[in-house]
Structures are given as C-alpha cells and as structure tokens.
Design a protein around this ligand. Structure first.
Ligand SMILES: [Zn+2]
Length: 409
C-alpha cells in the first residue's frame, strides 16, 4: 500500500546531506566533530537513556502502515507527557549533524516514538470516537508537520553556514537549551505547521492534498492549547509576524554566534535579517513551503522513522503515569467529592454525579491505563479534560470539588 503521508524516501539524497554538512562544518571549525557533547539528545531520548536496546524502523512504502496492535499500552498517558514537554515527547527530530550520536547512531531525521504514538492514538480514539486508522493518520500528519519544521531550520542554518564563517546551528541549539521552555520559539512555529499539516489543500512535490475533519482539528487544537511554554504559541495569530515567534526565532538563531568586532556584529545583523526574510517565505499555513531551500536540502530528503526503546526484551513506555494514591485521595475524593461506599476486596466511591467508581487495589503503584480510563469516563470527562483539570487544580488541591458536575459518558 502506498504510504499517503510522507514523501518517497531517497536514501542517497539523505546521505548526501550528512556529507555536505560535515564538509561545511569541518571547513569552518576543524575540531567540531571531536566534541562528544549530549546536545543532540532530545528530552525524550534523555528519558530513555538507560534502557537496554533501541530499535529503529525506517518508514518506507513497504512498512507502512505499521501494525500498532502489537503494542498494548498498560499505563501512562501521552497527553500527560505532552502537557509537560510538548509534542517532542511523542516524536522528535535528530539533526543530520548528529547522525553518529545517541540515540540511534547511524540514523537521522524524524523519529516517532512508537509506544507513545500508540498511547496517544488510544486517548484520541476515546475522546473523539474516531476509528484507529483516522487517529493514526492525523497524529502522524500533525507530528510530521511539527518535526519537519525542525529539519527546515537545521537546513536553512546549513545554507547560511556554507556562505559564512560561522557555525550557526550548534551554537543556536546550545543557546536555546539554556533558555526556559517559554522561549523555545522554534516550537511555536513547529506547532503552527503541525496544525497546518491537517489542512494542506494543495498537493506539492510528493505530498498529497489533505484536510482533516473538524473533530480531528479540534482535538489537535486542544492539545496545542494544553502544551507548555512557547509550544502553546502555535495557536497565536502573531506566529508569522516579525514581532511574534518568527522574528524572535530569527534573533535567537544568530544569538549564539560570537561577535568580536563591529564588522562581525554588522554581518550578524544582516544574517538575522535574511533568516527572517526566508522564514517569511514559508507563508501562512503551508508546512511544505521550502522555496528558500537548495534542491539538495529538499524537505522530502528528511528521513522518517519509528523508534522503540527496549529493556529486557519488552518495549519501554516511560510515559507519564499517575500514582493510585493521587487518583483516590485527590481526583476521586477532592475533585469528584467521592464518598466511600463499601469495602469488599475493592474500594468503591460514590462520586458527585451519582456514579459508583471502583478503585483498584495496590498501594505504591501507578494506575493502569484502562483503570484510569474507566474512572475518567464515569466522571463524564475526556482524557484531555482530565489532564487539563489536573494542571489547573495543582493535582486536585485548588478549586475543588469541581463546580460543574458532568454525567458519565
Ligand atoms: Zn518540536
């Protein structure tokens, strides 16, 4: 079956980018490849760092669609993860410059974290009632739009490096890593183009035209709304203006470059200005926009992969989970006004809408996904609402019990 989401892979062109980048970077700073820093590691990769084994499955026309039934997420929430860390907790971009670094040495490009995509699909199905295929499709599209933006910035930097004496991308990434999540403007734009990928009306160089239905758009909009720091600015109307995230991003890109004299300061000012001009050429809501990229750096050459971390032979979710104790004492008793009903082998609580909720056994453990799902449904809530309320109430301590009582769904 032809994969309907990603452009056709071109391994040779992808390898060529690695070689070109290496030649350019080494010419500017001969020792650049000697540093064994961890800067290439995304937050997600850091979380999984200690597990045993990593499996990468490049996505091509043969291996798509992938069978997500092989994964049975038991605990955790991808929505909970992305509220903490943004969409890069579900998928991430690894630069062609870092191809030999961890995770997944030998690979670069976009990586979908398979167990987390599976979790998010489950949560989306439960909130929207849509079929699995449609959830898979729209999540992959959104994340592609988001992550390809990170490639785009990487590639523009390389183009600038080819004509300047500066290393641009590495210092820029180091600089951004030192800032708080509220200032990660590249993420605002990445989310903007993630949403744009759900309504791309024209086909373009290997991308099909596509428009998601209203339910999908609304769900993904909510997720962006719930995202932390600058990720949330993906919904900001200013996202494409000079004074919004795009102008700030252009400033940040050159911020890491050293300025030793008046000439270098003036040239950096020009560099910032041309970055901004080029970023403007993407246009509004057009994640495929790449007119400013050399043909050799086309967006279609950025590889796309699944990635799964394993420990002792089983896939690691390392996903956001909630302790049972918090669900019982916080969510059920404080937020839902739960009253203990009877003690058999399980505890039951009658909550504000009259429903009877069963609390699983266990003391120190985390609640399992299906158990949490049952309780959330009895409370008449969506997964997204649960996580938003958890944040708003500071884990069920403020503004409790809830004001609006909802019937079970
Ligand atoms: Zn991102």
């Amino acid at each position: 079956m032809r994969n309907p989401i990603f452009p056709k892979p071109n391994q040779q062109a992808s390898e060529n980018i690695v070689n070109v980048a290496k030649a350019i970077e080494v010419a500017i700073a001969p020792s650049v490849l000697d540093s064994h820093s961890n800067d290439s590691l995304t937050n997600a990769a850091r979380e999984f760092g200690e597990t045993d084994e990593v499996k990468v499955e490049p996505i091509n026309e043969i291996q798509f669609p992938v069978d997500l039934d092989e994964l049975h997420p038991v605990s955790g929430s991808a929505i909970g993860d992305l509220m903490d860390k943004g969409f890069d907790a579900i998928a991430f971009y690894k630069s062609f410059r870092h191809i030999n670094c961890h995770p997944a040495p030998g690979y670069w490009g976009i990586f979908y974290i398979k167990p987390r995509v599976a979790l998010l699909i489950n949560e989306m199905m439960s909130d929207t009632g849509l079929a699995k295929d449609e959830c898979l499709d729209s999540i992959l599209r959104f994340l592609y739009g988001h992550e390809i933006y990170h490639y785009k910035i990487d590639a523009i930097c390389l183009q600038k490096e080819a004509f300047s004496n500066y290393l641009i991308y590495r210092p820029y990434r180091n600089y951004v890593n030192s800032l708080s999540i509220a200032d990660w403007y590249e993420e605002s734009l990445a989310n903007h183009y993630g949403l744009a990928a759900l309504e791309s009306f024209n086909s373009h160089r290997g991308f099909d035209a596509y428009e998601a239905n209203q339910v999908v758009k609304q769900f993904m909009n909510e997720l962006v709304q719930m995202s932390p720091g600058a990720y949330r600015l993906g919904l900001d109307r200013n996202v494409i203006s000079l004074f919004g995230p795009r102008g700030l991003l252009a400033k940040q890109i050159v911020q890491g470059c050293p300025t030793t004299n008046a000439i270098s300061q003036a040239s950096l000012k020009l560099l910032e200005s041309t970055f901004f001009q080029q970023l403007l050429l993407e246009g509004y809501k057009n994640f495929k926009g790449d007119r400013f990229l050399a043909a050799e750096l086309s967006l279609t050459f950025c590889p796309v992969n699944w990635i799964t971390w394993y420990k002792n032979g089983s896939a690691v979710y390392a996903s956001k989970t909630v302790p049972l104790k918090e669900i019982k004492e916080g969510f059920i008793k404080n937020y839902l006004g739960g009253e203990q009903k009877r003690l058999t082998d399980h505890e039951y609580f009658k909550i504000d809408n009259g429903e009877l909720v069963k609390v699983p056994n266990g003391h120190d453990k985390d609640i399992r996904l299906y158990e949490l799902k049952n309780i959330i449904e009895k409370a008449g809530m969506q997964n997204t609402e649960f996580w938003a309320a958890r944040n708003l109430t500071n884990k069920w301590k403020k503004s409790v019990p809830r004001e609006v009582i909802k019937s079970a769904r």
